[in-house]
Design a protein around this ligand. Sequence first.
Ligand SMILES: [Zn+2]
Length: 262
Amino acid sequence: MSHSKLVTEGVYMSVIQEIRCPNCGAPIAFKPGEIIATCHYCGFTSVIETGKAFTLEHSMFVNEYNPTQVDELLRNWMRSGFLKPGNLARSSKTQEKNLTYLPFWVIPVTATSEYKGIFERLVPPIMKEGKVEKKYDWLVLARKATEFPTREYDVPLEGKISYDFRKIEKFAKVLNSEIDKREAVEIARQQIESYHQFLAKQDVDKIIEMKNDFSIGVSVYLHAPIWFIVYEYKGERYNVILDGATGMVIKGDIPATRFGAF
Ligand SMILES: [Zn+2]
């Protein structure tokens, strides 16, 4: 049976609850707001509210790098590009390096937006019509408060495998989903709509009307290995987010270089 207990987590007080894994009976801990949970013992994924098996596809990417290799990737990134201080790789220290499996929804969408707008760069302005037609595997992060640059993350979809808990490192953290499929589809629709508005505005100055037709495919729930790194350089802390599947830096803070400063 489920019970709850109060635990202190740093300065926060959060209620952690438990359900029994419907597959192996092990306790599955979850936090308020989490709605899809994966068992750490057998990898079984269930819907917390109903205690029933999660029936959609649950996939993952395998993390290909150990902490030492991640440090090497970080140094390589620091040495590349012109915008970084020349001594960044030599003079910085890695302070934190945490591997977290983040939950995502991938929503296949074929989206067509027909628009009418005014092109004002001519006198007199003219009415123009156009169409944006695109296919996406639209990525929605299944967490509400996690900071993650979803649009900058090029998901290596061809490398996905079925979720296998044996491939998850003991030291890694696996986050459960706080967003269900319906909500994820809604978020994808809204984001695509505003992206298409942005695209249409390259063509017309003012949009008068836009008709969207979205055809939604079968969604996939997946966990991706993401390294959250903090490094120190000249007394300041900087964040780097690295994709554990490809070794690519998804986003990294760079110390400002000062030119001509005396
Ligand atoms: Zn289990």
